[in-house]
Design a protein around this ligand. Sequence first.
Ligand SMILES: Cc1ncc(COP(=O)(O)O)c(C=O)c1O
Length: 399
Amino acid sequence: MKVSQRCASLTPSLTLALTAKAKALRAQGLDIMSFEAGEPDFDTPEFIKQAAVEDLKAGRTKYTGASGGPEIIEAVRVALKRDYGLEYEASQIIVSVGGKHSLYNVFQALVDSGDEVIVPSPYWLSYPDQIKAAEGVPKIVTCGPEQAFKISPAQLEAAIGPRTVALVLNSPSNPTGAVYSADELLALAAVLRKHPQVAIISDDLYMKLVYKPATFASIAVLAPDLADRTIIVNGWSKAYAMTGWRLGWLAGPKDIVRAMANLQSHATSNVTTFCQRAGALALTSDQGFVDVFAAKFDARRRLLVDGLNAIAGISCAFEPLGAFYAFPDVSALYGRTLGGQKVTGSMEFAAAALETAQVSVVPGVAFGEDRCVRLSYATSEKVIETGLARLKKFAESAS
Ligand SMILES: Cc1ncc(COP(=O)(O)O)c(C=O)c1O
């Protein structure tokens, strides 16, 4: 059957084969130490779950407005005011099926065939394919560990061309844990000011998971003069341990939000009705429980980063300061033999670590950086300790 060019150009997940292998080994009874997860290991807090159960029982099972009912839209407005100090009207907000869907809406609304979107690399792996799904061209800008995985103003200036329509900023970053400082964002804003055709997509999914001495900074707050071309994307998944609820939100200029609302009204309509009050409650209740999650992640971060740095051949010299990922450079081991396999890149490293040490990590090549691998510390301290001990033995076995 014919497949559209648009869909045929999408790349299958590079990590699929590896994940399938980890699953198969687990099914064989092998005790795999898993560092792959892109989601908190905590359960959604009880009071949030309770609200959804109540609404389901009360029959709140009908359609709402396609961009979300008034309660959840108001909750996003409250969160924007509290967390950013920004005022938005209800018509500037859309609640979608996860931040992923919000981003999909953004690219569909912004990008015409052949338009370019600047994506600093390492990047969250859905950006390039979502841009391609909008018939756009991802303009990948390499930002390695030597520049703390962040795009510089000079790189941004050089990347902007006549077809550039947007820049994606993701801070804290998946996969690197890098956090842009206010000064760094101000310097990028100074470049963007010269190029009025470039929209700014600020993916803030991990904004509440930031560790000292870093603090969260937002270009939407720092450069209010760019508000007419800045779109904030955020959501519930990472901070509230609500990945499976599929709730995300975006806020931006009225015209583009109207276009996205039209698209969503023909694609998915509203997010699940009986999840909406629960989502609103998560956003508007005392945020103390999020701080508890963040403190736990922080302790695990220290354990993992210190442990990785103690392994010869693995370097986590760049300290992740947000999200729940470490992105160490393992390229010192490339060219060596590990577990009987010659390791030449992050795919081979991950495959050998899985087969020989029963440790699963995500190859950095999936995020555009083949020197590194991603380890999530959204897992127990026991898994981190055991995994580190196994990785140490594995790295020491290199010949
Ligand atoms: C950087 C980033 N943005 C957006 C998302 C989308 O998350 P969700 O669709 O669960 O809200 C993710 C999820 O992994 C992410 O890491």
